[in-house]
Structures are given as C-alpha cells and as structure tokens.
Ligand binder design. Structure first.
Ligand code: ADE
Length: 252
C-alpha cells in the first residue's frame, strides 16, 4: 500500500517511520511512504504557503501550493472513478478516526494525506480537492502531521504481512469490537502476584473462553458504549448480566 503525505514539515516524520514494525514493512515493500513538502510547490520568491484570512481570523494555508503538490503526484485522481485514491485532509472537523475507518482505508492500494496547519486550509481545498476529512479525536493539535502518523500506523498494521503473526491484528483491542483482556508473561509468580491458573493449564478451549470473558469484562468496565455495537451470543449476554449484578451488589 502506498501513502502520500503532503506536509509543510516533512522532517517531523523522521524516526516514526524508520523504526520497528513500520520500518520492517517499508523494507519489505509492504508499504511505501512518500513525503511531499508543500512548500516545494510554491512559485513565489519567498515560498509563502499561508496568508491572512479574509475579514480576519488568523493565518490560513493558501490553496495554490496544496493543489499543485497534490496534482503533481496524483494526476487527475478524482477523474479516475475506477479506483479513486482517497485524498484525506487531517482536521479536527473531520469524521472521528476509529478501527472501522482504519479497516476501510486499508482496502485501498493508495491513500493521500494532507496535513493542515494554522487556522486551517482555504475552504476551496476542502470543496474541490479532498475527498474525505478525518480527525483523530476531539482535541486540537498544532497540525495534521501527528494525525497522519497515527493513521499510517493504524492502517499499515492491518495490511497482511506487516505484523508477524497472521492473526495478530484480528486479536487486537477494537478488532472484534471489544477491548482485549489481560496478558501475562513469565514469571508465573512475580512478587507473589500469580498469573491466573487457567493460562498455565494447557486447556486451549477453556483458555479461549476465559479470554473472551475477560474481554467482555474489560469492555463492560471501561467502555460499555462499545457493547452496544458488537454482536453478542446468548452466553455473552448472560455473562454480562452477572457482571451487572456484581456491580450493583458492590454499589449497595
Ligand atoms: N489537526 C489539528 N488537530 C487535529 C485532530 N484532532 N485531528 C486531525 N487533524 C488535526
């Protein structure tokens, strides 16, 4: 999968894409990341990329360098309806990124990410260039670079081969719609705190059942909102009822 990132600060990405899993994925050509400096697409002497907002309100990114940068890399992207390349603006006004959107983006062979800055980008970029707008959460960052890193990371790890184990991504928190339960490694006894016996038992079916219940428990305790969106079996519902009853007993 190919990621094209349009930014005023390409140096910010050094390190993040050059370590660990993303580095291995790049080395294996499972992902390709191209950084494009928006400033390089300016045509004026001072390479100006922003200007005062009409009628006041701070600085706004000018449309010409953004259009020029994107169009030089993705020739007429929107005019190819067969395989449109999503052109995504990172902005706190976008739809809020989650695992479902990560999965949706991972279906594409290529996506483009535009990092906004200052008070934002000229509205014509929104109206006539981008095909999607994404926020990584309800808070305001200094620019779209860190959100772009977040999206590349979350999407890249869904691409087959990027994680070592083929089912690793399927077992993540959020992949099933539930949070993951607890994990343990050696030693079995650390300062007197023992690993749950079931995990040492070798009974695979029972361990799977325990894991699923712990995932339900954790989701119930921390993110009950997620339970409304997942498919639950009758057994799951019964288990959740016992958790609810336990909680009520504790409260009284
Ligand atoms: N730019 C500034 N804040 C942002 C956010 N929360 N998500 C995406 N882009 C942003």
């Amino acid at each position: 999968m190919r990621f094209d990132i349009f930014t005023l600060f390409p140096e910010m990405f050094a390190g993040v894409f050059d370590e660990s899993i993303l580095k291995r994925a790049r080395d294996a050509r499972l992902i390709e990341i191209f950084l494009h400096d928006i400033r390089a697409s300016t045509t004026d002497k001072h390479h100006v990329t922003d200007d005062y907002a009409y009628a006041g309100g701070g600085m706004v990114m000018k449309p010409e360098p953004i259009f020029a940068a994107v169009e030089s890399v993705l020739q007429s992207p929107i005019s190819n309806p067969q395989s449109p390349i999503p052109i995504i603006l990172l902005t706190p006004q976008g739809r809020v990124f989650d695992q479902t959107i990560a999965r949706e983006l991972a279906q594409h062979s290529r996506i483009a990410l535009i990092c906004g800055h200052y008070e934002g980008v000229d509205e014509r970029v929104r109206e006539h260039l981008v095909t999607d707008e994404i926020s990584i959460g309800d808070y305001v960052l200094t620019g779209g670079e860190i959100p772009a890193m977040v999206i590349v990371d979350a999407v890249a790890r869904l691409i087959p081969g990027v994680l070592g184990h083929p089912t690793a991504a399927a077992n993540d928190s959020h992949a099933s719609g539930l949070l993951e339960g607890p994990h343990y490694t050696r030693p079995a006894d650390f300062r007197g705190w023992r690993v749950p016996e079931i995990l040492l038992s070798g009974h695979h079916a029972q361990i799977e059942k325990w894991r699923h219940r712990e995932a339900l428990r954790r989701t119930f305790e921390r993110r009950p909102d997620l339970l409304e969106r997942v498919e639950l079996s009758d057994e799951d519902r019964q288990f959740l009822e016992t958790l609810k009853a336990e909680k009520q007993n504790r409260a009284t």
